[in-house]
Design a protein around this ligand. Structure first.
Ligand code: CP
Ligand code: NVA
Length: 295
């Protein structure tokens, strides 16, 4: 039976580590110049994106190429999947031509609807609700740096958005201890203990993580959000309350001077470009396992 990647919630711990192990192997092979283009030779994916992207689009397309397959990218501008024809009919067309669908949408429901109908794997490349490929990559990056996930303390500071929601799912599966600090009224989807004190969140943490204050689609709220979130900025002063070797992460794109300052994102504590690189290796593992029916 085909398997989708809609949420980390739907993966077992064993499946998560299967992805990480293959990602580590593919990363090593790629660095050694060893080709692995037999894995998805002759396979094709469709990439439907309602929102902009640098990292997700590039890494899925490059990843498909390195695995021997091909990606067809369609950017829907001012149009949503389901506007021209039903989401179900989009699925019934695509499954006749391609081997998988990578989709970035506003509505999370559109992704679950596509997955329900399509008899090929559907991969969530970000919705308003979740961004599983990002958080799988972030956990893989932490594993590389720290050698384990169990007991690692991650302080998520900022908006209770798609990134924060996926962090909750990821932490639950792996034993990461997640502390969330966000302003009142901007909490994540799930009932969790939230602190409104940054100092409390960062104290003793191994990782400090942040994301945009206004996500894609919330541009009209940007001015208002910049005021609400001002106290939640990751800056040098906040870092002085943390472990000196704390690692700073951000899914990117960063809004320098807003959620994070230059001096922090450009410091030796920040590992944001290692995260960005790992999107390629982790998504190659996801593509290979799902399209070869091995997960
Ligand atoms: N982090 C991330 O998903 O980046 P893009 O929006 O550029 O794909
Ligand atoms: N929360 C951000 C993540 C970008 C990768 C957004 O949805 O715009």
């Amino acid at each position: 039976m085909k398997k989708d990647l809609i949420s980390i919630k739907n993966l077992s711990k064993q499946e998560i580590y299967k992805i990480f192990n293959l990602a580590a192997q593919l990363k090593k092979e790629q660095r050694q110049g060893k080709r692995h283009n037999h894995l998805l030779a002759g396979k094709t994916i469709a990439m439907l994106f309602e929102k902009p992207s640098l990292r997700t689009r590039m890494t899925f397309e490059v990843g498909m190429y390195q695995l021997g397959g091909h990606a067809v990218y369609e950017r829907l501008i001012g149009e949503k999947i389901g506007d021209r024809e039903s989401v179900q009919d989009v699925a019934r067309n695509l499954e006749r031509w391609v081997d998988g669908i990578v989709v970035r949408t506003f509505s999370h429901q559109n992704v679950t609807d596509l997955a329900k109908v399509a008899n090929i794997p559907v991969i969530n490349a970000l919705t308003d609700m979740l961004h599983p490929c990002q958080i799988l990559t972030d956990m893989f990056t932490i594993l590389e740096k720290k050698g384990r996930l169990e007991g690692i303390k991650v302080a998520y500071i900022g908006d209770g958005n798609n990134i924060c929601n996926s962090w909750i799912c990821g932490a639950e599966k792996t034993g990461i201890i997640l502390k969330i600090a966000c302003p009142e009224g901007y909490e994540p989807f799930k009932d969790m203990t939230i602190t409104h004190s940054l100092e409390e969140a960062v104290k003793d943490s191994d990782i400090i993580y942040t994301d945009a204050w206004a996500s894609m689609g919330q541009e009209s709220e940007k001015e208002m959000r910049n005021k609400v979130f001002q106290a939640f900025q990751i800056n040098k002063k906040l870092l002085s309350n943390a472990n000196p070797d704390v690692l700073v992460m951000h899914c990117l794109p960063a809004h320098r001077g807003e959620e994070i300052t230059d001096e922090v994102i450009d410091s030796s504590n920040a590992i944001v470009f290692d995260e960005a690189e790992n999107r390629l290796h982790v998504q190659k593992a996801i593509l290979s396992l799902l399209l070869r029916n091995e997960l």
